[in-house]
Ligand binder design. Structure first.
Ligand code: ZN
Length: 277
């Protein structure tokens, strides 16, 4: 992949729909971030004094407030499309490609030109006052290989180095079910909003992959909040054919166009919920 950047001090946050096969590259002024796309790439090119680069961990400054690429002269806003795109990447667990330029002051930067440095995940965002005295949007990015699950809880050193990230599968069809319900949970109706970015999870009734081999199709998917997603996956409740819930009170809220495959409900009841009564 070739990245062409003319301006040394431009901050590039590249928005990319993960549902299409081609990336489209837009300078920050032209970013069209919304609930469908996250940021696929960032470029560290030395334009922001607050960027901190520890190699596998980057504390990245958002876009805005320095129109000339020099000093910060205004506050940054979470409503900026590029800044919102990185929150979408965080909430959806989407990887972000990181490229470092020679002008970025870091021992990890190349001597000349630009260098692609792999995939990172946005693991948190926060706000603080930058070195120039204005509010800046901040993101913690962690390199993909540094995010590993570690069950060796006797090893304190390893535990300190480990971040466990719950990455939620987000397919095209999973986004479709979330949009169908406006990102509100089909059980509790709750919608999570983070900096005006809505979050819900696409939950498969018959689990994907071996040994269950459920399908990633609308008739096997629900739009759920994280709590109810985990409860479904772990069999804390099940769903009867009439869509009332078994194990917890209530029933599924359904859009008329959303028809569930009853075989998937039956499979979940017998293989995941495992009701022995
Ligand atoms: Zn819920």
């Amino acid at each position: 992949m070739i990245i062409l950047i003319n301006a040394y001090h431009c901050k590039l946050i590249i928005v990319h729909s993960f549902q299409v096969q081609f990336a489209y590259w837009i300078t920050i002024a032209g970013i069209d971030g919304n609930n469908k796309v996250g940021s696929s790439s960032i470029v560290l090119s030395g334009g922001y004094v607050d960027d901190e680069d520890m190699g596998d961990v980057i504390i990245y400054t958002g876009h805005g407030g320095n129109p000339n690429g020099g000093k910060q002269v205004a506050d940054q806003s979470w409503d900026s499309r590029g800044n919102k795109a990185l929150i979408i990447s965080e909430l959806h667990g989407l990887p972000v490609r990181v490229t470092r330029g020679a002008n970025h002051k870091s021992i990890y930067s190349p001597k000349v030109g630009y260098q692609y440095d792999g995939l990172y995940f946005v693991t948190s965002h926060f706000e603080e006052i930058g070195k120039d005295g204005y509010t800046i949007c901040r993101y913690r990015l962690e390199k993909e290989r540094s995010i590993v699950q570690n069950n060796d809880f006797n090893n304190e050193t390893k535990r300190q180095q480990t971040t466990i990230l719950r990455i939620v599968r987000d397919s095209k069809i999973s986004r479709k079910v979330k949009e169908l319900y406006g990102y509100s949970c089909q059980i509790c109706n709750f919608t999570i909003a983070v900096k005006s970015v809505m979050y819900a999870e696409g939950a498969h009734i018959k689990p994907l992959g071996i040994p269950h081999n459920g399908r990633d199709k609308l008739d096997n998917l629900l739009c759920l909040c994280p709590n109810h997603h985990v409860m479904l996956d772990k069999g804390a409740f099940a769903i009867a054919d009439d869509l009332t819930l078994i194990g917890i009170p209530g029933s599924l809220k359904m859009q008329p166009s959303h028809i569930l495959e009853r075989d998937n409900l039956a499979y979940h009841r017998s293989h995941v919920f495992i009701n022995h009564e």
